[in-house]
Structure formats: C-alpha cells, structure tokens
Design a protein around this ligand. Structure first.
Ligand code: ZN
Length: 529
C-alpha cells in the first residue's frame, strides 16, 4: 500500500490571491475635462475608491487612469483599454473593477452595454464607489426603453386581442362598431331602428320614387330630420342599411349582419343605379389608406419631403408619391410595402435561437437592475439622512443653539439637497418587476414584428411602425431601399448579442465593440462583425 498522505506535501501551495478572484480588484479613475485635472477631482475619486475597496474587503492589484481621458473617441481612452485588457486576462484573476461612479466607467451607451456583457462573461463586477446612478446614463436609458417598449408591446397585443374578439363577433353577424345614424342599442346592446331611422327609411323610398336628394333633404327637414345633402349621399351608399356589414375587422369582406334592415338588398342596389347615373361613387378614405400603411411616415430620400399615398383609379393601384412638386418621386405601394417587409426582416437576426438571446438579455437586465437598485438604496439612505439633519436643525433652533439667519441658510441648503434626491429617486424607480417576462415579450416582439406588419391590419401595422422606428423612415427610390434612423434600441442590442455569439474566436473583443460603437447604426443592416 502506498502512503498517499505522504505525497500531499508536493502539491503546489495555493496563494491567497488565487483563491479569491472576486475580491481582487482594480481601480479606475478618470476626469472628463481638462479643467477637472486642476482641482482635486481625481484625488477625491482615488480616495473614495480606495476607501470603498478597504471597507468592502477588496484587494487592489492595480490602479488605472488618473488622467484626463476624453470619452469622445476610444483611441483617446488608452488607460481604459489597458484596464480592460488587464482585467480580462484570466492570468490576472481580477473579479472587480472599482470606479468612482458609473459614468466614469463608460460614456457611450452602446459600449457600456457591450462592455458590461464582456465583463460578465469574465465574471467581473463593476462597483461604483459612490453609487450614483445616472438616469441619463445608458443603464437608465435601457431600462426606460424596456419599460416603454413593454407598454407599447402590450398595446400591440391588446389591439390584436380586441381585433380577434371583434372579428369573432362580426363573423357571427354582430356589428361591433358604432351604429350609423338611424340606429341605436338597447340595454342588451341589441341594435334597433330609431325614429330617425324611420325617417331615413322614408328617404330611401323617396329616392326610389324619383325624388332628388336635395328634395328629400328639404322634405325631411320639415319633419325635423336635420341631415345635410353630403351626409345623405353617405347614407345612401352605406350598405349597413340593407343589412350588409363592411368593416376593417373583416378586412372589408362583406358579410350579412343580424341587425334590422331599413331597405332590402334589391332596393339598395336600385338606389345605387339611380345615384350612379348622376355621379361616380367616391371611395372612402379608409379604403385608400388601407393600401398605403406607410403614408405619413415615409420620407423621400431624394429631397427629404414626406410621401403621401393615393389610389390611381384607372390602374387600380396604390402609390406613394413625394409631396415636393419639384421632385414627385413615386413608387408603387405594393412594391414599397414588400420592400418594407424585407427591411423589417433584415433588422431581425435569424442566426441564433430566441432562448439564447433571451437568456443574454435577461442577464444584462438583471445586472442593470442590480446596479439600479443599489443606487436607489444608497440614495434613499442619503435622503433619510438629509431629513434627519433637517429635524436636528429645527431642534437646534428651538434650543437656541443656532441663530435664525444661520437656520434659514442651512435649511435652504438641506432642502435643496432633499429635492435633488427626491427628483433623482423618482427617475430611478423604474419598475422592472419581472425581467424574464419582459425579455420574453421583447424578444418575441422583435422576432414577430415583420410578420405582424405583413399580416395584420392597418392599425397594427401603424403600431409596429411606431414601436420599431422612433425617427423618420426614408425611402430611396433609386436603390429601392429604406433608410431608418432611431431604431428602437432593443433591436440594436439584440443584433449586438447575436453578433457576439456569431464571433466564435473569443469573447467580444474590444476592437469589435469599438468598431460597432464608432459606426452609428443605420438600422438598414443588421450589426455586422
Ligand atoms: Zn422627393
């Protein structure tokens, strides 16, 4: 039998700093303007960071920064890059970066997100010595974006839901929209013909007997029916009065309704023949708009003017056309709509599975949420302390320890601080109660948006447009291409996550981060690596 116990002594002894990666830290300080170099800003940062490390049991292995680093271009941030290279080198076993506050850490939003995910993969946490979370910073913005997006998506879902229910009722012959003139609903919501409806019926009969619309209008006015000739023209052309429903909910497929009729179908058709002898029927606006959902959103890439949409009656085709009289760039709506679907599809990465994206996104948001809740805690503590100082001050005044003037001066300062903190907290308390659910919804939305736009009705299409693009949508006729700015940040983040997965060489290298940060994402192409 060998004595294994004996050989144990030959095992390498473990060094202290190897055992506890998470307690090994670097400190990073910087000032964002040259002026700050002259005052003690860097000193303060250094002191706060060091004392934070001491208080929290971190072993500081290296200091970075201590210089002015303009965050304008990444080339300038030599110390920052050196720090990132150092901490991501596994040999150095760094588990934490301590900086003064998060805005010292990274300025550009895109970079912050990517750097956070890079560090996450190396299990490196970023601590802020003073814990001021800036709602204007990327962390705050991302959370705000998520919250807003969530609201938007639930709007889309809600409207899909309502539409579904409406469609169901309509397929059963139940009219769900407002009733036209001459109808009302009873307590059980059943549609009945009103007294006014009886007069309208009379109007239809008169037209069939050969009276002109003007004569009908004048005659019925004497009976107390105030309907102008223009409205009469609409009434005579509304098939609802002969029991036929035409609605957006059924994609304008005519269906028979269960509501009472004023005239028979045969009579209605007869009325049409009479009217058409005099004038051509006018298409209602909604029918026109239906083929041009991008109307009012599209801008001409050639001159920057808005496109409008119209129906060419002879060709029976919809078009978008530039409103600028000098330009008049136009495109067939069928073509432009199809290209828009492709544009939407291009924005959504297809290369990796949704659960993977969802997982990364969730990690990211939990991380950001943690940062946020720490900051909230710290600000709440600070607020409580300011409040107790105010109380104390009042006690001192009552006890005659401070003069009235001094009291007023101090109180002013404290109240100013109190208001500042309260305003800050209000901004910070963004509710991210169920990140998993939010992320799932968001990813699903991003994936489905092209499909929704293609297959759903006008209202949903418009919502998708609003949710996906905050800014203008340009159509470039020459190249048959769309250009969009201000795409919802979520699309951007998801594309970056996808890109970083696609890059199997290593973790997301800084070079890639810098490259993607320096090219403002146009939204036309998915982020490329
Ligand atoms: Zn134009």
């Amino acid at each position: 039998m060998m004595e294994y116990e004996y050989f144990k002594r030959f095992a390498p002894t473990r060094k202290e700093n190897e055992t506890n990666k998470e307690k090994c830290a670097v400190i990073y300080t910087r000032v964002s303007s040259k002026e700050q170099l002259t005052n003690d800003s860097l000193d303060t940062q250094y002191k706060e960071c060091t004392s934070f490390a001491l208080k929290n049991g971190f072993k500081v292995k290296k200091y970075f920064g201590g210089v002015f680093e303009s965050a304008k271009s990444d080339e300038d941030r030599k110390e920052f890059r050196a720090m990132l290279n150092y901490v991501t080198n596994e040999k150095n076993k760094i588990g934490a970066i301590i900086c003064f506050n998060y805005d010292r850490f990274s300025r550009t939003g895109l970079q912050a997100i990517e750097i956070i995910s890079l560090l996450q993969r190396h299990s490196i946490k970023v601590y802020s010595a003073i814990n001021t979370f800036d709602p204007e910073s990327i962390e705050g913005k991302v959370m705000l974006t998520m919250t807003l997006l969530q609201a938007n998506i639930s709007n889309v879902n809600k409207s899909l839901d309502t539409k579904r229910k409406m469609r169901e009722k309509m397929s059963n012959g139940i009219w769900v929209h407002n009733c036209p003139r001459g109808y009302a609903r009873d307590e059980k919501k059943n549609i009945y013909i009103t007294k006014e409806g009886e007069h309208i019926r009379e109007g239809f009969k008169m037209l069939l007997q050969g009276f002109s619309p003007t004569e009908i209008q004048r005659f019925l006015l004497l009976k107390g029916l105030r309907i102008n000739t223009k409205r009469w023209a609409e009434i005579f052309r509304n098939p609802f009065y002969c029991g036929i429903m035409l609605s957006n909910s059924l994609d304008y497929k005519p269906a028979e309704g269960k509501h009472p009729k004023l005239v028979s179908v045969k009579e209605f058709k007869r009325v049409m023949e009479i009217l058409n002898r005099h004038e051509h029927p006018k298409n209602a606006d909604f029918i026109v708009n239906h083929g041009v959902p991008l109307k009012g959103y599209l801008k001409c890439a050639n001159c920057g003017t808005k496109f409008t949409g119209y129906l060419n009656r002879t060709k029976k085709k919809h078009y978008y056309i530039c409103n600028n009289k000098e330009c008049r760039s136009n495109v067939s709506a069928v073509k432009a709509n199809q290209e828009f679907v492709e544009h939407l599809q291009n924005m959504v990465p297809r290369s990796i599975a949704s659960p993977l994206i969802a997982k990364r996104l969730e990690e990211l948001f939990i991380e950001l949420d943690n940062i946020n809740s720490k900051d909230i805690q710290s600000n709440e503590n600070e607020l409580a302390s300011v409040k107790s100082k105010i109380n104390l001050l009042a006690d001192k005044l009552l006890a005659g320890v401070v003069s009235n003037d001094l009291f007023k001066e101090k109180l002013g300062e404290l109240e100013f601080e109190k208001e500042r903190l309260e305003a800050l907290l209000e901004k910070q308390r963004i509710n991210l109660s169920n990140p998993k659910e939010i992320v799932r919804k968001c990813v699903r939305y991003v994936r489905e948006s092209p499909f929704l736009w293609q297959n759903e009705g006008f209202a949903v299409k418009r919502r998708v447009q609003q949710t996906t693009f905050k800014g203008d949508i340009y159509y470039d006729k020459k190249n048959s291409r769309y250009r969009t700015k201000d795409v919802n940040y979520l699309f951007h983040i998801i594309n970056l996550i996808t890109a970083s997965y696609g890059n199997k060489k290593a973790d997301l290298s800084l070079k890639i981060v810098n490259k993607s940060a320096s090219v403002p994402w146009a939204g036309v192409e998915p982020a490329r690596v």
